[in-house]
Design a protein. Structure first.
Length: 526
């Protein structure tokens, strides 16, 4: 099954609107047009959200309705057909799922889309009334599904798009007036997310006043246009024309920066979650998906970054002060062999935080939980990385794959450290979670053993436990598993003499299956 697991699976399947929509989308029976399938999924999630409840109850409510939807769900879908993602999943996936029984189909969705461990899938199936859940899970694990990329995210904002507004009209008018009052349009437009839609035609360029972020919610709409060329209409007009020539569907573009970067005139425009960088020297235009994180710096090129207007200082993780002029840093790069990892310690209204370059369009906030952090304890707020966290991220930055879509935060929990058995090296087991800009998360476990590392699959970043086959210094196979403080690993499979010491499980293979047979890993509270 691992080779068929869908990429970038969300860890907390019931916590975000977009995640729930995709769970319902894949759990629905039949084939049909993908747009209508997604509209029905949105309708189901909207209906489940009205009843409130915790994330687990919402997920179960959505899955129960998606397993066997009523006919009325397919009528009057107009409101839910608006603002669908541009790219929808391969229809071959839903065609393959449609051939499965309802219980097996839902088990596939929970295992492969939600990335949930078997024991949690079993619990959900029981609550959904599925008989013989373990047999259903086994059938789901051997079901053949074509590979599929993670679908385009469904923004949480769409949760409100098909329903009537909750705020009274008078209150909504006051809020809209307050927002529009801090926006300035350079050519008669409004900022992205502003009060009125742009008319058809070429995109229009807009800016926010220098102090807009002080009086409105802290988002990208409030970033002022900075740089010594921000007032040069000819230059910014050429940048806008270059973006329009690319066939962009953006009708209103926000100017974030126009100035000289290393002697080269550069303009940075934004439309929704897309960011365009225009070179005045070559006329080249690079457009990337940058997400809507209001606090993440924007890369200008040459190792320089445009900071959020409320950031007041920047240093390297080693403590060297970085000069900032008009919101732009002096050149800085991550001090690792691959150029990825911790980049800057930033100080602003929300305290200090460390951002790193993980290969995406914008640096992301890096967080670290030490081995002393206990499972179930509140997650600390992101803060400046301490030396141990910085060293871990310097290593992880060069090991982790480049994110396929914008990330706003990355948290590494070093949930176990110690020495591996049979004369093995000192090691650490890490569960790394990526939080994506438009919803969803993914988490990956990695065993760092001396200079080597082993990717050990998905991990639950709230209750991490992970296991893998490993060869000791005498080249003998051993099965190792570890869990976070407060938990104890348990393994079932072709293992001989398993024992747990200091939250590390160590076992030799039995003669029945060797290292090719599957091992079922769970964790219990110690």
């Amino acid at each position: 099954m691992p080779e068929q697991t869908m990429a970038e699976t969300p860890v907390e399947a019931g916590s975000r609107y977009g995640d729930l929509v995709w769970l319902a989308y894949f759990a629905l029976p039949g084939k049909g047009k993908r747009a209508y399938r997604l509209a029905v999924a949105r309708r189901i999630v909207d209906g489940a959200a009205r009843w409130g409840g915790d994330p687990e109850r919402r997920r179960l409510r959505v899955l129960r309705r998606a397993m066997r939807p009523s006919r009325r769900m397919y009528r009057g879908l107009g409101p839910w057909l608006r603002a669908l993602p541009v790219r929808l999943p391969d229809p071959a996936v839903t065609a393959a799922l449609s051939r499965l029984d309802a219980g097996v189909r839902v088990a596939c969705v929970l295992l492969r889309v939600a990335g949930m461990p078997r024991y949690r899938v079993r619990d959900d199936l029981v609550r959904l009334g599925v008989r013989d859940p373990w047999a259903v899970i086994e059938a789901a694990e051997v079901a053949l599904l074509p590979p599929v990329e993670r679908p385009d995210p469904v923004p949480d904002a769409l949760a409100r798009s098909a329903r009537r507004p909750v705020l009274p009209i008078a209150v909504g008018g006051v809020l809209t007036a307050a927002l529009v009052g801090v926006l300035v349009a350079t050519e008669g437009g409004t900022l992205p997310g502003g009060g009125r839609p742009a008319a058809a035609g070429p995109p229009r360029l807009v800016t926010a006043p220098p102090d807009a972020w002080r009086h409105a919610p802290r988002d990208l709409d409030g970033w002022p246009a900075r740089g010594d060329l921000a007032g040069d209409r000819a230059f910014t007009g050429r940048a806008l024309a270059a973006w329009a020539a690319r066939g962009t569907t953006t009708r209103v573009a926000q100017l974030l920066y126009a100035g000289r970067v290393g002697g080269e005139p550069v303009a940075v425009l934004r439309g929704g979650d897309r960011i365009a960088r225009y070179s005045g020297t070559s006329g080249a235009l690079d457009v990337v998906t940058g997400g809507a994180d209001p606090a993440a710096p924007v890369a200008l090129g040459g190792g320089r970054y445009l900071l959020a207007p409320w950031d007041t200082g920047a240093t390297t993780p080693e403590g060297r002060e970085v000069a900032v002029r008009d919101g732009v840093t002096d050149p800085v790069t991550a001090g690792t062999r691959c150029g990825r990892g911790p980049l800057l310690d930033l100080e602003g209204a929300d305290g200090r935080r460390t951002v790193g370059d993980l290969g995406g369009a914008r640096p992301v906030v890096l967080a670290h939980r030490p081995p002393t952090h206990r499972a179930g304890a509140p997650e600390p707020r992101p803060a400046r990385l301490k030396p141990a966290g910085r060293r871990l991220w310097e290593r992880l930055g060069c090991l982790l794959p480049r994110p396929a879509r914008p990330v706003t935060e990355a948290a590494a929990w070093e949930f176990w450290t110690g020495r591996l058995p049979k004369g093995g090296p000192k090691a650490g087991w890490v569960c790394t979670r990526m939080t994506f800009a438009n919803g969803g998360t993914t988490a990956q476990a990695t065993l760092l053993a001396g200079r080597e590392h082993l990717d050990t699959g998905w991990c639950d970043d709230r209750r991490p436990v992970s296991g893998t086959w490993w060869r000791d210094p005498a080249d003998r196979p051993r099965y190792l598993a570890a869990a976070a403080r407060g938990l104890e690993p348990r393994a079932e499979g072709p293992l001989r003499g398993p024992r747990v010491k200091r939250r590390l499980l160590d076992a030799a293979p039995s003669g029945s299956g060797g290292t090719d047979a599957p091992v079922t890993l769970t964790a219990r509270e110690d």
